[in-house]
Write a protein that binds this ligand. Sequence first.
Ligand code: DGL
Length: 362
Amino acid sequence: MLHQKTAQFMAAVFGMFIIATAQVHAQDAAKPKLANVTILATGGTIAGSGATSTTTVGYTAATVGVQQLIKAVPELANVANVSGEQVFQIASESMTNEHWLTLAKRVNVLLAQNSVDGIVITHGTDTLEETAYFLNLVVKSRKPVVLVGAMRPSTAMSADGPINLYNAVLLAADPSAAGKGVLVAMGDQIHGARDVSKTNTSTPDAFKTTELGMLGYIQGSKPYFYRVSTRKHTVDSEFDISNLSALPQVDIVYGYANMNTVALDAFIAAGAKGIIHAGTGDGSVAARVKPGLVAARKGGAIIVRASRVGQGILARNGEANDDELDFVVADTLNPQKARILLMLALTKTNNTKELQRIFYNY
Ligand code: DGL
């Protein structure tokens, strides 16, 4: 009798266990599976710290490690399964081609893994637009890659880093961000890598895509896209850095009244393979600078006319006879991004017709 009662009790307990387990599994099954997002930390103000809560300038960038950045935003766990790697820890004005190659190769290795659904790169804002554009041209995946920074250090009142990081992670975890090229998430806005730039030295709304337009917003923990970039990027890009250990030297000469060729001549003497001429207006070339550019071209360097102005199309054969001088024009790329495209293009060709095609496609 006792054995029968015990068996019935055990059966009832076991039955309740099965039901409870099934309920947990059912709840888990009902919860959407969170994407796996890897955060690659490189430094910058988002990892910076200042002496007081009102120190928003004159702080130290690149002092806080990636695990601390993740720990400071526990809400990340609500939007993705997050892991972190400290790729390097620098203020981004010190970014180099070698840093870019290291970072890009790591991104491509990670994105080739099925276990990685997206990547967030925390970065200083000074050269964030450049790293974003470089990656836009060399990442070999449709998976989201999102760059994020902060205009105020983590120790400052109303620091923008935590919310920017949260937004960047939820964007990288969202399927709608796939296939749109490398993205920049700053100030609740989504920008495309090609056309975004830092437009203010210190205010939180510094990142803008002034005329061509940002791609969308992040609001209420959700991304909203309204446009896409029409230029080639990521899996449609012809550039491959997997076997590169260095990039060709390309330098920028800045145009201004009373300009001379001292900088240009020095860059050429130092072995520059390409020169971005950041001219005044529509890429105009001062009369006393033109002979220096012509000589540099004759010596084999590629000359790309860009503009210091920052917006608008650089008209071919407008302010200079590019056909006759065998120059290339930068289309709408600012000088620092034209430099990136020319460096990568020179790994493929030094034919100026091919180079011009590349500038009209990326
Ligand atoms: N030193 C600058 C940099 O790392 C700080 C600016 C910032 O990250 O917002 O780009």
